[in-house]
Design a protein around this ligand. Structure first.
Ligand code: RP5
Length: 162
């Protein structure tokens, strides 16, 4: 059986994918392999437990976990694995994702979740942060990240006219 890719992107619902896809897009652009799947803390708790308990042995190195509303998936996953967990609060109807953010960010001391911004920006940065973590042990990826930053800097015009 081949090892899992370095990044797992998990999310509480298929409805989270339009947001979480932005993490996947950045990983694609940087040449980082990932697996994306729906793992709900509430609707599929056994799947969540099995995934989180087995993630390290399966070969994953970083977990990106997105959820909205009662967003328990990142924290519960972090409680079941030693791998770094990056939490993405997905926008919700109640408070545009502020509720998701608070659900994810307020972890008790001892169980870390690196919490990103709400929504698309958070998903993008989760992809980039996962790449930065992996780049610590991957000089070729570090070079690709450096190129990405340089291109981003170069694309920002100073003028406001077309
Ligand atoms: C959470 O509930 C999911 O992460 C999602 O953001 C939210 C709503 O899920 P659906 O009702 O759209 O499946 O568990």
């Amino acid at each position: 059986m081949s090892a899992s890719p370095p990044v797992a992107i998990i999310m509480g619902s298929r409805s989270d994918w339009p947001t979480m896809k932005h993490a996947a897009d950045y990983l694609d652009a940087l040449g980082v392999a990932y697996e994306a799947k729906v793992v709900s803390a509430h609707r599929t708790p056994d799947r969540m437990y099995a995934f989180a308990k087995g993630a390290k042995a399966a070969g994953f190195k970083v977990i990106i976990a997105g959820a909205g509303g009662a967003a328990h998936l990142p924290g519960m996953t972090a409680s079941l694995t030693e791998l770094p967990v990056l939490g993405v609060p997905v926008e919700s109807k109640l408070q545009n994702g502020l509720d998701s953010l608070l659900s994810i960010v307020q972890m008790p001391g001892g169980i870390p979740v690196a919490t990103l911004a709400v929504g698309v920006a958070g998903a993008k940065n989760a992809g980039l942060l996962a790449a930065r973590i992996l780049a610590l042990g991957d000089p070729a990826l570090a070079q690709r990240l450096e190129t990405y930053v340089a291109e981003q800097t170069g694309s920002v015009a100073e003028t406001v006219e077309d």
